[in-house]
Design a protein around this ligand. Structure first.
Ligand code: C2E
Ligand code: MG
Ligand code: MG
Ligand code: MG
Length: 277
């Protein structure tokens, strides 16, 4: 008995665990200040049409940390969600993306490019999300039709009625919607039919083994066929090989994103890819 209690006591003061608690607290404190400290960066990953012409990009967030270097979103978005810091962070992403759209609009090479922005659940549910998007579009002068918001199935299904109402308001502003990571969640056809979506984005987990796994191949074909019935555009993410691209293209996929065309890159690098395309 005493021994067990002792062990538990020791475990409680485990220096490793204590360190990780402190590290978490530190991370949270740093996360609170990322925007004002100007530590956020946007990376751009090209999206191609079936003739290998650039349609635009998805913007992917990075944290330029003074000691840790470039931190990927998987390492801080979950905590930013939990703590609510994602709301100002998400607004920064939106503002930066819209400012970039406005710059591109005055250059014939880039004036038609779209930008896809990932929206987190907390951000989407916040009371003034619609007015934030409206204000950001107005202040930047970006064409709303060039802004695409990526929502995940879990976000959408969390509160379908609220989601549909908000999406409708945003559609009235002129923005479009893509359903990110499609196939990994539980959205039924019933919901899909009701959502004012423009695009379905096939999750990279189905694309990876498309050429060798007959289940994945069948799932992807079904998603494309279903999108056609619903009148939705389809994009595949995680396209890394020409074989994957060809498989998707033959089955009617409209757009492609993945390392085959370009990794997420800082603006200057992305623009260099465009000039070569
Ligand atoms: P996502 O929206 O599904 O983004 C696609 C992820 O796949 C990106 O990871 C991208 O770098 C990666 N990827 C692209 N092409 C390939 C490929 O060919 N092969 C492989 N293996 N991976 C590829 P990243 O940049 O690390 O972002 C991870 C996730 O973090 C995103 O998944 C998104 O859910 C989230 N995220 C990124 N930026 C933001 C943001 O601004 N706001 C919010 N709320 N979430 C974001
Ligand atoms: Mg995305
Ligand atoms: Mg995705
Ligand atoms: Mg994904």
């Amino acid at each position: 008995q005493a021994k067990t209690a002792g062990r538990n006591a020791i475990r409680f003061y485990d220096p490793v665990m204590q360190a990780s608690i402190e590290a978490r607290a530190e991370l949270e404190e740093e996360l609170r200040q990322v925007v004002e400290r100007n530590q956020l960066r946007l990376y751009y990953q090209v999206q191609m049409d079936s003739s290998n012409r650039p349609l635009g990009a998805e913007v992917l967030l990075r944290w330029q940390h003074p000691e840790r270097g470039l931190v990927s979103p998987a390492q801080f978005i979950p905590m930013a969600e939990e703590t609510g810091h994602i709301v100002p962070i998400g607004l920064w992403v939106l503002q930066t993306a819209c400012t970039q759209l406005k710059v591109w609009q005055s250059d014939p090479l880039t004036c038609d490019l779209t930008l896809a922005v990932n929206v987190s659940a907390k951000q989407f549910r916040s009371m003034d999300f619609v007015s934030q998007v409206q204000r950001t579009l107005a202040q930047s002068g970006a064409k709303p039709s060039l802004l695409k918001l990526e929502l995940t199935e879990s976000l959408v299904l969390e509160n379908v009625e609220d989601t549909i109402a908000k999406m409708r308001e945003l559609k009235l502003l002129g923005v479009s919607f893509s359903m990110d990571d499609f196939g990994t969640g539980y959205s039924s056809l019933q919901y899909l039919k009701r959502l004012p979506l423009d695009q379905i984005k096939i999750d990279q987990s189905f694309v990876r083994d498309i050429a060798s796994d007959s289940n994945d191949a069948a799932i992807v074909q079904t998603i494309i066929a279903m999108s056609e019935v619903l009148g939705l555009n389809v994009i595949a993410e995680g396209v890394e090989t020409e074989a994957q691209r060809e498989f998707l293209d033959l089955r009617g996929c409209h757009a492609f994103q993945g390392y085959l065309f370009g990794r997420p890159a800082p603006l200057a690098e992305f623009e260099a890819i465009l000039r070569k395309a």
